[in-house]
Design a protein around this ligand. Structure first.
Ligand SMILES: [Zn+2]
Length: 312
């Protein structure tokens, strides 16, 4: 399979993947973007990238662009904005009011820093990008430097492990969920947030949507995610919902097809979105927006799918 110019590296191997949800291998290519094929599993409907550069699996890809994206001024402002993780904090606190929390793919630590300030939490983060971890440490977040799958298996003593927008980046998301299961205490909580295959955004503009991108290897529906959770085993699904809705992104992407939206521009829009959320002038519009978001959430049609799991 051809890969995009920016990802082309002759020294790199290609991983061939089965469906991350059902392990099926019959697929049909449904989208093509940046010279990469996106396929639907013919058994369960999950959409994924079947052939992936190894740098995504090892995390090297993220290490390489730490400076340009994760540590850019606009991205940091967006990550540390007090409104950025509002919904995520509320969700975690509802299920785990205190205790030991590990955030996998913590990036520069925005979620953990805020959570730590909110209550009696012992917080820890891990990530494949050492540069992002350095930044997280700088703002007082405790970090684990080893790759998540290589963390030593000690006693299962985490009260919660969170994956905010992480599983879509992974060549083997089931392995990460199984690892989380080995680290969470019995009755503890695991929260998964992934882009929603059945979102209004993807249903209406398909591959034009900017978050259908080559670093997003997996596109789960609620059914496909639930199926993967069942296959890994050891979990009770407590809640399935969807959250976040950004109509500006949908409108921009509908009007203008681009293979890739530059990192700098994505970070800038994230920052601007946070500013809109805070602005008082937007109050009447915000009420309408909240209604739409709440209807979409209940229909499981908002941008991200969220699953709350309890360890048996
Ligand atoms: Zn499948």
């Amino acid at each position: 399979m051809k890969q995009s110019k920016s990802m082309n590296d002759t020294n790199q191997g290609i991983l061939h993947r089965a469906c991350p949800s059902c392990l099926g291998t019959k697929l049909e290519v449904i989208w093509r973007k940046s010279d990469v094929d996106f396929a639907a599993c013919q058994r369960c409907g999950m959409v994924y990238i079947p052939e992936v550069l190894e740098s995504y699996a090892t995390g090297q890809f993220y290490e390489d662009r730490t400076e340009s994206f994760y540590l850019s001024d606009d991205k940091l402002k967006s990550d540390y904005d007090p409104v950025r993780f509002q919904r995520e904090w509320a969700l975690l606190r509802q299920w785990v009011p205190s205790g030991k929390v590990l955030d996998v793919g913590c990036s520069t630590g925005g979620f953990l820093k805020g959570l730590h300030e909110m209550g009696d939490y012992e917080t820890m983060g891990c990530d494949v990008s050492q540069g992002a971890l350095n930044q997280a440490q700088k703002i007082g977040v405790t970090v684990l430097r080893a790759p998540f799958l290589s963390l030593p298996v000690t006693e299962a003593n985490y009260d919660a492990i969170t994956f905010w927008a992480v599983l879509e980046h992974l060549a083997d998301p089931a392995a990460f969920l199984a690892k989380a299961g080995s680290m969470i205490s019995s009755g503890g909580i695991c929260i998964l947030l992934v882009p929603n295959l059945h979102s209004l955004a993807i249903r209406s503009i398909g591959p034009r949507y900017r978050y259908i991108m080559t670093e997003h290897l997996n596109y789960f529906s609620a059914a496909a995610l639930g199926q993967m959770v069942a296959r890994v085993g050891g979990w009770k699904i407590e809640r399935v919902t969807s959250m976040h809705f950004n109509p500006v992104v949908i409108i921009q992407d509908a009007l203008k097809f681009r293979e890739e939206v530059p990192d700098a521009e994505r970070a800038k829009l994230l920052k601007r979105t946070n500013r809109w959320k805070r602005s008082g002038l937007m109050r009447p519009l915000k009420a309408a927006y909240r209604n739409v978001e709440s209807v979409l959430s209940r229909m499981l049609a908002a941008d991200n799918l969220v699953m709350v799991l309890r360890k048996n």
